[in-house]
Design a protein around this ligand. Structure first.
Ligand SMILES: Cc1cc2nc3c(=O)[nH]c(=O)nc-3n(C[C@H](O)[C@H](O)[C@H](O)COP(=O)(O)OP(=O)(O)OC[C@H]3O[C@@H](n4cnc5c(N)ncnc54)[C@H](O)[C@@H]3O)c2cc1C
Length: 475
């Protein structure tokens, strides 16, 4: 039996709405799929792949035997938010599955979704408040996956935990970055109710460093956890950047999510997903200022996952065409020799959004934005030639003379990653935090100040942020 690939709703159906693109697989199909697991003596999925150390082979066996309750109990030993990772994790565990050596990996992520959604449906997911209070208080700054993970971990140890969040709702990039068609925001609301029932307090719409100082939080708590993510997106400061119609990716993605949940008023062009109960208005965004791809030729600069989310969002908003360009070369179709098993493979990734209709190009450097009457009309690009390592990894590039061309666009989205935390960030100043050369934040255990997630480790993955949040060394 082979791994199945038909896990998405049909393209024409899914691109007409913002509901999750993946369909739920029948329990019988999941059981059959996880029965492919060989229960390896050296379980790379568990010990090498999963940052949470999920007991993947044991969970698989329980599911294959029809014991979903046991599977949930095993999963919840290590994973506090499997409903998030089951939807959006790139599944590092699958890339180091021993089956990858000869055929295709076991379907671990879909199995995780089956386990956690079965658990919710059966009422097995219940609040787990601490057995006793320890009389100590912790302030967590930032309600992204790292902050939520730190909060739940410390609450279970008996701390009184308050999470401060500058946005109107919790979730961080789960809510304001990752599109609803990958993660329905009602999934976050469902978890919030459980966290609150465990005794975690959320204070939203409050920016620490501005509305309340971070040093005040340090003075009035026994410990502070900083989980503020990577606030600064990488910009593209080439001529013409001031033209209208050029936006950072999160301006499009964040506002589209806020529109769908009702956090900003406005009418979406397509049928929205039911995103449940998020209704509070956000201050500074108005419908007239929102970037929107409807009727436009969209150019996404940046070939990674954020760029792919821009592709899917632009298609749903009604773009005429979507092109995604990348300065790096096109990765190989299969695992590059530079990343042998069990490493995370350097290879071409094609997302569900790409399959909804976009042109992808590589080896293109952006030279300048072109415009008319103050609005962008295109980008001048130039082909580059990459020098590769003997193993096939890109090393350095040079422009190819005579290859300049213009890609026409009415909306340009910059999806080129994130830089670290600015050194003049108020929280850095107020807590006198040290930073690495790449401006990641460094914990100061002597003062009970702990930094977790992307702000401490650089922009990464939800599963790594959750794992990082669990590491706060408070007994
Ligand atoms: C568009 C996009 C798509 C992605 N897709 C995926 C994916 O599919 N799978 C995956 O694994 N990873 C994905 N990632 C990466 C993933 O979202 C991040 O690695 C993860 O969210 C980091 O978690 P975090 O808690 O460290 O930071 P964040 O999620 O950034 O959360 C930080 C929180 O701190 C709050 N905050 C910041 N400053 C303050 C302040 N001064 N006061 C109060 N609150 C503050 C922010 O508002 C935010 O809520 C994606 C990232 C982006 C941008």
């Amino acid at each position: 039996m082979n791994r199945i690939h038909d896990i998405y709703r049909p393209v024409d159906e899914r691109k007409a709405d913002y509901n999750e693109v993946e369909r739920r697989l029948e329990p019988a199909v999941i059981r059959e799929q996880v029965s492919r697991c060989m229960n390896c003596g050296q379980a790379f999925c568990h010990g090498f792949g999963c940052p949470l150390g999920n007991l993947v082979p044991d969970q698989n066996r329980a599911v294959a035997q029809g014991n979903d309750k046991l599977a949930y109990e095993l999963l919840s030993l290590n994973s506090d938010f499997p409903e998030f990772t089951a939807r959006i994790c790139p599944a590092i565990c699958e890339s180091c599955c021993v089956h990858q050596l000869d055929e295709e990996s076991v379907m671990v992520r879909q199995s995780e979704k089956h386990i956690i959604e079965t658990a919710f449906a059966n009422g097995w997911v219940v609040p787990r408040p601490p057995a006793a209070e320890n009389g100590k208080r912790v302030a967590v700054i930032g309600a992204g996956p790292a902050g939520l993970s730190a909060a739940v971990t410390l609450r279970r140890r008996g701390y009184a935990v308050t999470v401060y969040e500058r946005e109107q709702n919790i979730g961080g990039l789960l809510r304001y970055g990752i599109p609803c068609f990958k993660l329905n925001k009602a999934i976050i609301d469902r978890r919030r109710k459980i966290l609150e029932a465990e005794g975690i307090r959320f204070v939203t719409g409050v920016e620490i460093g501005t509305d309340i100082t971070a040093d005040y939080l340090a003075r009035s708590n026994d410990a502070v956890v900083v989980a503020i993510g990577t606030p600064a997106a990488r910009d593209l400061k080439i001529p013409g950047r001031d033209l209208k119609g050029i936006h950072l990716a999160l301006e499009l993605l964040g506002t589209q999510n806020k529109l769908l949940t009702g956090e900003v008023p406005g009418v979406t062009s397509r049928r929205g997903a039911d995103q449940s109960a998020v209704t509070e208005p956000r201050r500074e965004v108005t419908p007239g200022t929102l970037p929107n791809a409807r009727g436009k030729r969209v150019l996404v600069i940046g070939g990674g996952d954020t760029g792919s989310d821009c592709v899917g969002t632009s298609i749903r908003q009604g773009a005429i065409s979507v092109t995604q360009i990348e300065i790096m070369p096109q990765p190989p179709e299969t695992r590059s020799p530079s990343t042998p098993w069990p490493m995370w493979p350097y290879e071409l990734r094609t997302s569900s959004s790409h399959k909804e209709g976009c042109t992808r190009r590589w080896d293109l450097n952006s030279i300048q934005f072109l415009g008319k009457d103050g609005h962008v009309t295109g980008v001048e690009v130039e082909t580059v030639q990459w020098e590769m390592t003997p193993e096939g990894r890109p090393l350095d590039f040079a422009p190819v003379p005579g290859t300049k061309e213009v890609i026409e666009a009415d909306l340009v989205l910059l999806a080129m990653g994130f830089t670290g935390v600015p050194t003049d960030h108020p929280i850095v100043q107020q807590l006198a935090l040290a930073q690495t050369p790449r401006t990641a934040l460094v914990s100061d255990p002597a003062r009970n100040v702990f930094c977790v997630g992307d702000c401490a480790n650089g922009a990464s993955l939800v599963v790594r942020a959750i794992a990082s949040g669990k590491t706060v060394p408070l007994a």
